[in-house]
Design a protein around this ligand. Sequence first.
Ligand code: PGA
Length: 253
Amino acid sequence: MENRPIYLFANWKMYLDYTESIKLASAVAAQAEDIPDNIIMAIFPSALAAESTTDIFKKTRIATGAQNIHWVEKGGYTGESSAPMYRGIGCEYVLVGHSERRHLFHETNHEVRQKVEAALAAGLTPVICVGETDAERQANQTEEVIEAQIRSAFHNIVWPRDKKIIIAYEPVWAITKGDIQISCDPFEAERVHEIIKRQVIALTTFTPVILYGGSVQADNVTEYLKNPNIHGVLVGAASTNFENWLRIIRTVQ
Ligand code: PGA
C-alpha cells in the first residue's frame, strides 16, 4: 500500500477482561518496532484496563484512548470516568458517539457534543463516530442522519488549530453483532466518506481524517483503504484477537 498515513484504530469494546487485555496489549507492543511509520495506531481498551494498557504501550508509537467519557470533570456520576481522568493516565484519544453508546445507551447528539467539548478541553482527540441504522438507510435518510450528527457534534465548538478532526463512519447495520458480519460495499463507504468530508469542511473549514468501521477484517481492509477518502479503519471484533490484528497490520503495510 502506498506511503500515506493509515490509521489503524482498535476498539476492544467489552470483549476482553483485564488479564486478556494485558496479554493482547503485550503481544501487540512486542510487534511495535516492525510497524511502519505511516501506520498511526491507537488501542481503545476497557476502562478497567486503560491504565495498564497505556503503560504497556508507553515506549512505543502506539497510543491509547477511552471508549467513552462523561462530559463533567468530577462529581457524583456513579460509574462514569471523565476526560481529564483518561488524559491523566496518558490516553490520547476518546471514542465519542459510538453507535453502541447512541443506540444501546440512548446517547443523544447533544450529549455527543458535550463529550467532544470535554475531550478537547482535557487535551484528548475525540474520534467522532457517526452512522445510520438499517431502517434509516432503507428510508434513504443516510445523508441527513449523518448531517445532523455532524452538525450537532460541532455546534459552537472552537476546534484547536493543532488538533486533527477525526470522524469514524460506522454504518450501524455493518457493525459485528455476535457471529453476524454484514460488510458495507467499499464504494458505498467511499461515497459516504466524501459526503462527510464536504459536511465537515463546510462547518469547520478543516479537512477531516475519516475512518471506516464495521466488520473490517484482514480480508476486506485493503478494499476500503484503497479509496482516497478512507484514511483508516476502526476495528472492533477483529482487533481483539492477536492473529487477526497482526494480519490486518501486515495486509496494509
Ligand atoms: P466491528 O466493530 O469491527 O466489530 O464490526 C467496529 C466498531 O463498532 O467500532
